[in-house]
Design a protein around this ligand. Sequence first.
Ligand code: AMP
Length: 539
Amino acid sequence: MNGLMMDEPLLLTHLVRRAARLFWEKRILSRTQFGVTEYTYADLYRRACQLGHVLERLGIKAGERVGTFAWNTFRHLELYFGVPASGRVLHTLNIRLFPEQIAYIVNHAEDAIIFVDYALIPQLEKLAPELRSVRAYVAMGDGPLPETSLKPAYAYEDLLREAPTSDPFPALDEQTAAAMCYTSGTTGNPKGVVYSHRALVLHTFAQCMADAFGLRESDVIMPVVPMFHANAWGLPYGATMIGATQVYPGVQPTPEDICQLIETHRVTVTAGVPTVLLGILAALEKRPYDLSSLRCVPCGGSAVPESLLERFDALGITVVQAWGMTETSPLASVSHPLSVMADWPEERKRKVRAKQGRPLPFVEMRIVAEDGREQPWDGKSVGELEVRGPWIVGSYYRDERSAASFDRGWFKTGDIGTIDEYGYLQITDRAKDVIKSGGEWISSVELENTIMAHPKVAEAAVIGLPHERWQERPLACVVLRPGETLTKEELLAFLEPRVAKWWLPDDVVFLDALPKTSVGKVAKRELRENFRNYRWPAK
Ligand code: AMP
């Protein structure tokens, strides 16, 4: 027997229509070069509708890809809704990739049009001659269209001003492609991931759950994760669904800008990679900001050191670790201690929060050993993490490499880790970053976290370098906090009681900064490359 419910598709369109109807007077703020602009959900909906008409007028067909080359602004939010709701595919381009990679991505996705921030026009102009499929550019900003070699180029505000405000959004199948994003690709060309409306709607629900980020109408949400990185972790969709006040940090925000926005607008939820949160802590060391409004700060993208959780705890701010990938929309697990742990001491609970968390509903996880066997959930047995679920990638976009990433219907993440008896995932490494010493694996993530627990250390990365006897040994690359001094011997003495003896790094180098990827993670491959000619000290 079939159910007797209505067959209503899960579409992003609903989120923006609903917000306009229920939260019409709630505000969306966006930092600009002149201060902060603000408007309401009613304006967002009206302008997203106008955008739908503009795309029609410019001859962009249903299913065609609409590129964005932009920072986190209210206009980018309009694209987040106007493009998918009108049946086109939002393709957020990572502005921090190398020019050749961006050109590859635009050509591979066959973007028909690109919406670009005024501030990013010079960067895009250099690439434009390589872009084969792009038929038009739309420039977004305040004031008149700047002089540009992009052709044909239109001013976003001019186009919108002339467009009707009626709702142009068609009925769509929920499996229709809504958005796409390419992985930040450390080796080879980036791979494309295409999200359906259904996947993003379900992801939005999961994100808002109380045991995820618990987003609600009374929140003031500031998406700091770039909107070109895995849908800004879905926060623009979550915030709109529940009608929260939203704050967009605009062009190239500094940690000081972020702190200022939190203080001024009483932001309650903001999210970022550990590097961004470390930036906030560094800004706080220079001058105080009132960040007491923050109630939940999701953090992920790379392992969140326990020391980072502790420093924010001391400020009364709860950092919540989440794990995910571009391929998983991105949220797949979130780490909150359980009620059975309520009586545990804070340090023990913090160790739980330093894990990558328990899978969200509908996300399934398993750990698979090198021989293909599924590992028990005992917190010890290590293997590759595989996931499946309704918002997990089923195949890369037109990519021959797809097959290698799937194992009997599960997506192979390339992350190595364990799952414990409570279901908490713990990532010990990316497969390509594990350090193999004498046939055993050393977890670079765990070593890094332990080093970062030293009060004089700002950041640390541990890489494996070739070793004659042991195959590979760990080298610790350490950045000290401003004005601090520390010797290799002092650091090793700090580590000795905290990690297995054979895990102790064979050498420690002190650096001014660690190289970062386009989305703010430590660029381990670049670091290994920098130490290509390194020689271990004689023992
Ligand atoms: P991206 O697709 O750029 O978001 O990168 C996804 C990768 O980031 C994952 O495969 C992990 O290696 C890493 N990652 C994301 N979240 C975490 C986390 N909480 N802890 C450790 N690694 C993470």
